[in-house]
Design a binder for this molecule. Structure first.
Ligand code: MEV
Length: 334
């Protein structure tokens, strides 16, 4: 089945001429990074706060230029006319269409090339990062750039094609440069008392955010009290965690991560492959570990004691069968 992108566009987009000039700029580029949720996935969909971190080792880049013929898309997933792109690229095409509509050029034909090192469907924000990169590149090819809020609205338009009611956490974090506190759609910087070294391990199992979000909604319908109490606890953990991060209390951060993993399992978004890597991390010296992102597959985020033990943890997780492992450091004041 080919992609269908019949979605509303971001209303009253606020755009301005790109700094490099107002003339259409062929070969315009856009970039965004991966993200990992330290705490608060799913709870954030129901208004609780979350903390997320950028993952600098991974990123997406897009380039857009006027097409010679009909519009094309080139990525590792597909290379060819946009009109025949597979359904899997729906989100990316929605991002492109939303940007063109916002630029007032809905019928412009562009060739778009995407280069991303962020594994898709692993809870690391691949869809939001690729959308952000594509939107920036498409606007750039029209000689335009967007302010932060407009960018956010455009990314959210694409994210809605990924799963019905995105909280906006991914859309915000893929453009952030440091750890962020997310609450009611907005982000604030998080003060970090001490360097935090995280290891991210990929189960190799595709995460299923749409399904996982729907499963939590279904469970909440059937067991409102139980689910609300888990969401409240996740919200409180995030609030306490903000203070722990600021104080550089790594043991408390690790404990909160372990507790969050159990709560997320209780919400039905776990997976045996995630539990296996969480166990490998915690028995391998991590201070805490949890699933990160939508769950039901995807990645585990583990807090290492320090940079040296992150190396040992990486080996341990690789031996345990992780499909890929990355390290990312959130820099603190000390
Ligand atoms: C997905 O990365 C995070 C979720 O909380 C969904 C969302 O925030 O929209 C599961």
């Amino acid at each position: 089945m080919t992609a269908s992108t019949d979605v509303p566009i971001a209303p009253d987009a606020r755009l301005h001429a790109a700094t490099h000039g107002s003339a259409a700029e062929p070969g315009a580029t856009g970039r965004a990074g991966a993200k990992a949720i330290l705490l608060g996935e799913h709870a954030v969909v129901y208004g609780r706060p979350a903390i997320a971190i950028p993952v600098r080792a991974l990123g997406a880049r897009a380039e857009a230029r006027p097409a010679r013929g009909s519009a094309t898309l080139a990525s590792t997933l597909y290379h060819g006319p946009i009109a025949r792109a597979p359904e899997r690229l729906n989100v990316t095409i929605t991002a492109m269409r939303a940007a063109l509509a916002a630029a007032g050029r809905p019928d412009a034909a562009l060739d778009i090339a995407i280069d991303s090192s962020i594994p898709a469907e692993r809870g690391l924000g691949s869809s939001a990062a690729v959308s952000a990169a594509v939107i920036e590149a498409v606007l750039g090819a029209c000689g335009l750039a967007a302010d932060d809020e407009t960018m956010h609205e455009l990314i959210q338009t694409a994210e809605r094609a990924a799963h019905g009611a995105p909280s906006g956490l991914d859309a915000r974090t893929v453009r952030a440069r440091a750890a962020v506190w997310f609450e009611r759609g907005r982000i604030e910087p998080v003060s970090v008392g001490h360097d935090l070294v995280f290891v991210i391990a990929d189960t190799g199992v595709r995460g299923r955010t749409r399904e996982a979000v729907a499963a939590v909604a279904e469970r909440r319908k059937n067991d409102p009290r139980g689910v609300e109490s888990a969401l409240d606890e996740l919200g409180m953990l995030a609030t306490d965690l903000r203070a722990d991060v600021s104080n550089g209390d790594r043991a408390a951060i690790g404990d909160a991560m372990n507790r969050a993993h159990r709560l997320l399992n209780g919400l039905g978004v776990g997976d045996p492959a995630l539990d296996h890597l969480v166990r490998a991390a915690t028995t391998g010296g991590a201070l805490g570990a949890k699933l990160t992102g939508g769950g039901r597959g995807g990645c585990v985020l583990a807090l290492a004691r320090d940079a040296a033990s992150a190396g040992e943890l990486t080996e341990r997780l690789t031996r345990a069968g992780a499909a890929a492992v990355w390290t990312t450091t959130v820099e603190g004041a000390a």
